[in-house]
Design a protein around this ligand. Sequence first.
Ligand SMILES: Cc1cc2nc3c(=O)[nH]c(=O)nc-3n(C[C@H](O)[C@H](O)[C@H](O)COP(=O)(O)OP(=O)(O)OC[C@H]3O[C@@H](n4cnc5c(N)ncnc54)[C@H](O)[C@@H]3O)c2cc1C
Length: 124
Amino acid sequence: MGGITKGIIAELEKIVGSNNIITDDVELTVYEADGSFVYTAKPDVVVFPRSTEEVARVVRVAWENRIPIIGRGSGTSLSGGALPIEGGIVISLTRMNRVLELDVENETATVEAGGSLTYGLVMH
Ligand SMILES: Cc1cc2nc3c(=O)[nH]c(=O)nc-3n(C[C@H](O)[C@H](O)[C@H](O)COP(=O)(O)OP(=O)(O)OC[C@H]3O[C@@H](n4cnc5c(N)ncnc54)[C@H](O)[C@@H]3O)c2cc1C
């Protein structure tokens, strides 16, 4: 697991909760490729924060321990952009999928980073 100790995993688990972290080698395989499947690079751990605060706390742990991080949406990129080429922590944003604000008058929506918005605005 490279420079990621059990203690660091425990810290990450404390931040995101035990249901929002992957360390199992087989499960990590899902995150070793993007939509291209040309290149592969397996992360040491994947976390699924559910708030900006959790993201910030994960990034702080990574910074303090000099562990690389990479953000990941749905992994559909075709250029390997979401691959952890130096290992480390993949921060999956897929559980940050809430709609924070819908402003119908101005036709804008404020959403979290991992959400995909398929709402249709009904115009009156
Ligand atoms: C079949 C197919 C068809 C496609 N068609 C189109 C198309 O018509 N038009 C088009 O524009 N694209 C298309 N794409 C490309 C793909 O949709 C884009 O690359 C998309 O933007 C990737 O989004 P993602 O959430 O899956 O990001 P990922 O693939 O997970 O990541 C892409 C990059 O963004 C970074 N990243 C992801 N989320 C965040 C975040 N919240 N904050 C900071 N960095 C982040 C990652 O680190 C990585 O570098 C297609 C892909 C496929 C597989």
